[in-house]
Structure formats: structure tokens, C-alpha cells
Write a protein that binds this ligand. Structure first.
Ligand SMILES: Cc1cc2nc3c(=O)[nH]c(=O)nc-3n(C[C@H](O)[C@H](O)[C@H](O)COP(=O)(O)OP(=O)(O)OC[C@H]3O[C@@H](n4cnc5c(N)ncnc54)[C@H](O)[C@@H]3O)c2cc1C
Length: 369
């Protein structure tokens, strides 16, 4: 089938609509494009590798390789740059009022983002943020999860002269991993002069933004030229709440799936990535595993094989690497915790950008643009 255009096979290939072109959706669309008539619906013309965005804030040219036009890997599918706003059992409706009919559907709308539609605008955003950081004396970061910690580390390493303050409401950083890795990360940040304030929150009212003066829950006033709120993005399932899929959502707004990644109660609908209720940490490398397994299972169903031939997924135990600037990292594996150059060698230089590009069939190093 390789090399045959989908238009030539209209009526033979099954129509697969993939909603969401993030980590999981991009990979599943790429994997199925020579096996089905694939339509990818995403609000942006590009896929952004999320874990590269913090480096791109301190080094905007880093984004050249991590913002990938969907059309570069989806060479034999249809791209619809829009938001899905509703679905029935056989059609997806987009914000522009277009309907897309499917035999199979994949929901991969992990998180909502409000990034610009075009790649060039997103590149411009990184340049603006970079200039703001460069011009700042004090940077305030709210949220001590992986995003806040990685951002604090990027700024502390690239701009050691800046005052960086990290405020976190919890009693320790990185609450999704063990206390040992979290405490060693705290020590690392302190060694880079990052001021970490635990069990502390910041009042983010309008006047604070205007005067760039922020009051913490302990009554301290912080004047900061730059503020980054890293408290997580909403799950991308609001658009499903008034549809036939509302009963498939759990109390966190996640889609309940079986071990084959099919949405419970819907035999032709799959869900992958952060939008699922799979009982494991929400990580991009796991979203990629979901996508590859669901693609295989879809091929089984589309070729008319028995459902029992589908692969079954087992939730994974936690394996996390939090980068700390360009050379160091904190890693937690099921059997050990590591901090410093050794885990840094695995992630912190390229942040898996080359690996992710290769997985999409693109050159790891070269930028096409
Ligand atoms: C800053 C940061 C750093 C991270 N670091 C790491 C890391 O080092 N390692 C790791 O494994 N994971 C990391 N993660 C987590 C990882 O990025 C997520 O687990 C992963 O992105 C989940 O993939 P996904 O495809 O399920 O969802 P997403 O990647 O969130 O993609 C969802 C897509 O769906 C689109 N969408 C949403 N709603 C709609 C709609 N209604 N219609 C159409 N499209 C829609 C969105 O625009 C987006 O393109 C990080 C996340 C962030 C934010």
C-alpha cells in the first residue's frame, strides 16, 4: 500500500478521524496514513514537542526543530486546522461547521492549549518571552511541578545573574515523584541560587499584573519583572461533555478506556494519551506508547481480523526525568533515584527532540525550514 494516495483508495480504506495533533495524535495519524483514509483535526498547523518549550523560552532557535508542521509527517492524510466541538457515533463537527464522517475515531485531545495557529507566530512568541526574560531582574515562577522546576532551572543556568523565585503551594516540589528525587532537586535549585518558597501561594489578581507586584500567602510582597504561571493546563475534554460520550468521562474529565484503548461502550472509538483514565502518570513517552499500540489495534480491526488479536496495555510504573538546565537532570526509576550529569546525559542536551522527530519519520537534526 506504501506510496498509494488515499484518494485512489476512497471507498476501500476505512475513514479514521484523529482529533488532537499533540504527542499521541500526531504519532497515530502518521502511523495509520498508509493504512487508512486519515483526517487529523488540530487547532494548529503544527505539532509542538511540549517538553522543548521551556528551553525555547531561553533559546528561541531551539524551537525551530520542536515546532513541526503537521504536513511534514502527514504526507498521505488530510489536515484540518480547527477545533472539534462535537461528535456523534459517526461524525465529528468542527468549529467552522464542517462534518467529518468516520468508521473509526481516535480522541487524543490531552490538554487544551491557547497557542497561536501558525508556526511563525509561535516562534515569534518564544522570541518575545526570551526578550522579557533577558530584560528582567527578577523572575517569579508559580508552580513547583515539572514545568515550573524545569523553567526555573533553564533560567538559572542560562541567566545566573537573575533573581529567580519559585513559589509552590505544596510541602515539596515535584509531588508526582518520590520525596528523595524532589529533595535532591530542591538542593540543586538552591545551589543555583533559585529561591524556593514551599507551602506558599501568590494572589494573582488584576492589579498584581498591572503593578508587577505580587503578594504571597505568607504576606511577603514580591516585585517581579516577569511572571510565569506553571500550574497545569485543563484536560481537553470539555467539548465531549454534551455528546454521546459524556457517560464515558470520569470525574476528572478523562475518557474511560479498556486495555485495547477503546473508549468503554464504543467499539469503533479509541482514546490515547493524557485524555485517558489509564492509571499511570501522564507522560509524553507513555502517550507515544499508547499511540503505537492503538495504531496496531486499529489495523487489526480494519483488516477484519478477530478482536482477540488486539494487543493489551498494562499501565506502566513511574519513570521520570526532569531536566535541570542544559547538563543536569533528576531521574526517578522504579529501582533508583539519580541527580546530576548522568541522567542529564540522557535528556538535558537535546530534550528528546531528535528522537521525537525521528519517530515521526523526520530528520533528527536538520530543520526543514
Ligand atoms: C512543559 C511540559 C514539559 C513536559 N515534559 C515531559 C517530559 O519531559 N517527558 C514526558 O514524557 N512528558 C512530558 N510532559 C508531558 C507530556 O507533554 C504529555 O504527557 C503529552 O503531551 C500528552 O500527549 P497527548 O497527545 O495526550 O496530549 P497533548 O500533547 O496535550 O495534545 C493534545 C492536542 O489536542 C489538541 N486539542 C485539544 N482540544 C482539541 C479539540 N477540541 N479539537 C482538536 N484538537 C484539540 C491540542 O491543541 C493539542 O494539540 C511535559 C508537558 C509539559 C506541558
Amino acid at each position: 500500500m506504501e506510496g498509494v494516495k488515499s484518494s485512489e483508495l476512497a471507498g476501500v480504506w476505512k475513514r479514521v478521524v484523529v482529533v488532537g495533533g499533540g504527542v499521541a495524535g500526531s504519532l497515530i495519524a502518521k502511523s495509520l496514513q498508509f493504512h487508512a483514509d486519515v483526517t487529523l483535526i488540530d487547532p494548529k498547523e503544527y505539532f509542538e514537542i511540549p517538553w522543548a518549550s521551556l528551553r525555547s523560552m531561553v533559546e528561541p532557535s531551539f524551537a525551530e526543530r520542536s515546532l513541526i508542521y503537521h504536513k511534514d509527517y502527514l504526507t498521505n492524510g488530510r489536515l484540518v486546522v480547527s477545533k472539534a466541538i462535537s461528535i456523534s457515533n459517526s461524525q465529528v463537527l468542527t468549529a467552522e461547521g464542517r462534518l467529518f464522517t468516520f468508521e473509526y475515531l481516535v480522541i487524543a485531545t490531552g490538554h487544551n492549549d491557547d497557542f497561536p495557529k501558525t508556526r511563525s507566530e509561535r516562534l515569534k512568541e518564544f522570541k518575545i518571552v526570551h526578550e522579557e526574560i533577558r530584560a528582567a531582574n527578577t523572575v517569579l515562577i508559580v508552580g513547583g511541578g515539572p514545568t515550573g522546576v524545569e523553567l526555573a532551572a533553564e533560567i538559572a543556568v542560562d541567566f545566573p545573574e537573575k533573581r529567580v523565585i519559585l513559589v509552590h503551594s505544596g510541602s515539596r516540589l515535584l509531588e508526582f515523584i518520590g520525596p528523595k528525587a524532589a529533595n535532591r532537586t530542591l538542593d540543586w535549585l538552591k545551589s543555583k541560587r533559585v529561591e524556593v518558597k514551599l507551602q506558599c501561594s501568590v494572589d494573582l489578581n488584576v492589579s498584581s499584573y498591572e503593578t508587577k507586584t505580587y503578594v504571597t500567602s505568607s504576606g511577603e510582597t514580591i516585585k517581579a519583572d516577569c511572571l510565569f504561571v506553571c500550574t497545569g493546563k485543563p484536560t481537553g475534554s470539555a467539548w465531549l461533555k454534551e455528546t454521546a460520550f459524556k457517560d464515558s468521562l470520569d470525574s476528572f474529565g478523562r475518557l474511560k478506556v479498556d486495555e485495547n484503548f477503546r473508549v468503554k461502550g464504543h467499539t469503533n472509538v479509541f482514546a490515547v494519551g493524557d485524555i485517558t483514565d489509564v492509571k499511570e502518570s501522564k507522560q509524553g513517552y507513555l502517550a507515544q506508547k499508547h499511540a503505537l499500540m492503538a495504531a496496531k489495534n486499529l489495523k487489526v480491526l480494519m483488516s477484519g481480523e478477530k478482536e482477540t488479536k488486539m494487543a493489551s496495555y498494562k499501565p506502566q510504573t513511574i519513570k521520570v526525568i526532569v531536566s535541570l538546565g542544559r547538563r543536569d537532570a533528576a531521574a526517578q526509576y522504579p529501582w533508583t533515584t539519580l541527580i546530576g550529569r548522568v541522567p542529564g546525559l540522557i535528556k538535558s542536551k537535546d530534550l528528546f527532540v531528535g528522537k521525537t522527530r525521528k519517530q515521526l519519520g523526520l530528520d533528527a537534526r536538520m530543520s526543514e525550514y
